[in-house]
Design a protein around this ligand. Structure first.
Ligand code: CMC
Length: 434
């Protein structure tokens, strides 16, 4: 390519002769990105980007989103194909390792993950320290963070083998931690994992089985749960993933980093949205109240949001929401639920919102959480567990992103800057003089 000028953009500070050329970097897909790393050194200025909506914080080979076209790719494979043809364990292998496994690799990976599903027996005692009404996300943050105290043999982040086992332990144990948080809240005995079951099926088993009766697996529900896990497995540099990377950039151990990710996911603007959607639908109560609710949403003074709508990146449609809507109908049909008022309300809400100029102009579409809550509710999963489920699924994404970051030789500690708007330098006065 000799002789081809590399594209740049020129930045000039008005009224001065200061100017520089910023290289434009390109990835495999997606728009070019201005490389501002030398901006401060050469021009003495920083960039301002609250919420980092315009800033690429890293380069990554894992997940690609085209928000205008509604495209989501894991390692290049469209989410629609993975949701239809693959399963969560295969997708986990793909995210972690970069390519689809052959039969022997898949078998080895599945066995490797499943043999780590049990928790250290002493971790079990942690649960007794929580109130019965503790939010399961609080338990998730605490127990996942506490894993660092149990797996000292996995804390050297510079050892690839320790990283590999830590990844297995995290992916394998989060369903057990999550299911036990639920069992604790309802006062039922903890169910130990069954490694003869598939990953999603084992999770449903630990949530729903009791020692007093045989448990019967429902393949349609296991498949639906597996699909929910696949759809939530990764989503490039969202708030919780960026939190995991930021924590990891300091050299913190993987258990601490994933606990940080769980904390970030908890908020209603992120993983907490599926729980918030159901609360919102319950508060609206009946379809006849929807127009009034929509007017409230449009009133800026009300601070009410239509939960499950809008996305920082998707400005056309969220491809996960489309698959989730189909799965929702399948699950309700399987369970013989013909009239689900919440689903009727959700569909009416979607219809009204998608024809309203407020939502059209702002490119606000249903996101993955709009329908996932309804499926989970139909499957008998309590609302407080919705975000937990998201955390179970996203753990593999977080671990893959963390691993990629640790293995990147150019990795540096994450350290954003600020525009300082506080008081200028001033002298301390003693209390009598104030
Ligand atoms: N209801 C009403 N108005 C909205 C909504 C909504 N759900 N989302 C965005 N807007 C408005 C917003 O007020 C702003 O209006 P204006 O231009 O008049 O000031 C405009 O749309 C642009 O929104 P924004 O706040 O700049 O968008 P953002 O990229 O900062 O926020 C979001 C993205 C997901 C936080 C936001 O859309 C939201 O709070 N949605 C509801 C919560 C939700 O469903 N979250 C789940 C996201 S998907 C799961 C995940 O990946 O975590």
């Amino acid at each position: 390519m000799s002789g081809t000028a590399k594209p740049t953009i020129t930045v000039t500070i008005d009224g001065t002769n200061k100017s520089m050329q910023l290289p434009l970097l390109t990835g495999t897909l997606g728009p070019p990105v201005a490389d501002i790393r030398k901006l401060n050194g050469e021009l003495g200025i920083f960039t301002f980007d609250p919420g980092y909506g315009m800033t690429a914080s890293c380069d990554s080979k894992i997940t690609f989103i085209d928000g205008d076209e509604g495209v989501l790719l894991y390692r290049g494979y469209p989410i629609e194909q993975l949701a239809e043809k693959s399963d969560f364990i295969e997708v986990s292998y793909l995210l972690l390792n970069g390519n689809l496994p052959n039969a022997a690799e898949l078998d080895g990976f599945e066995k490797g993950v499943m043999r780590h599903t049990m928790l250290h027996e002493q971790l079990r005692r942690f649960y007794d320290g929580f109130r019965r009404d503790a939010h399961p996300m609080a338990i998730m943050c605490a127990v996942v963070g506490a894993m660092a105290a149990f797996y000292h043999d996995n804390l050297d982040i510079n050892d690839p083998e320790q990283r590999r086992i830590a990844a297995f332990r995290l992916i394998a144990k989060v369903p057990t931690i999550a299911a036990w948080a639920y069992k604790y809240s309802i006062g039922q005995p903890f169910m130990y994992p069954r490694n003869d079951l598939k990953y999603a099926e084992n999770f449903l088993y630990m949530m729903n089985a009791v020692p007093a009766e045989p448990w019967v697996s429902n393949p349609i529900l296991s498949r639906a749960m597996d699909r929910i896990l696949v759809l939530h497995a990764d989503h490039e540099q969202n708030a919780s993933t960026s939190t995991v990377r930021l924590a990891g950039s300091t050299g913190a151990n993987p258990f601490a980093c994933i606990a940080a990710g769980i904390a970030a996911l908890w908020g209603p603007a992120h993983g907490g949205a599926n729980e918030a959607v159901l609360k919102m639908l319950a508060e609206i109560g009946t379809p006849k109240n929807i127009p009034q609710f929509i007017s409230e949403v449009k009133d800026k003074n009300s601070h009410t949001k239509l939960m499950g709508f809008g996305h920082r990146v998707y400005k056309n449609f969220d491809p996960r929401a489309t698959i989730m809507k189909e799965t929702c109908h399948e699950v309700l049909a399987e369970l013989g639920i013909k009239d689900e008022p919440l689903l009727d309300m959700a569909m009416e809400m979607e219809r009204i919102a998608l024809s309203d100029p407020y939502f059209i102009e702002r490119k606000l579409y249903p996101n993955v959480d709009f329908y996932s809550g309804i499926i989970l509710k139909a499957m008998g999963i309590p609302t407080s567990m919705f975000t937990v489920l998201f955390a179970v699924a996203r753990t593999v994404g977080w671990v893959s992103q963390w691993k990629e970051m640790v293995e990147d030789p150019g990795q540096r500690i994450g350290r954003p800057r600020q525009i300082y708007t506080g008081a200028a330098k001033r002298d301390y006065t003693t209390i009598g003089g104030r």
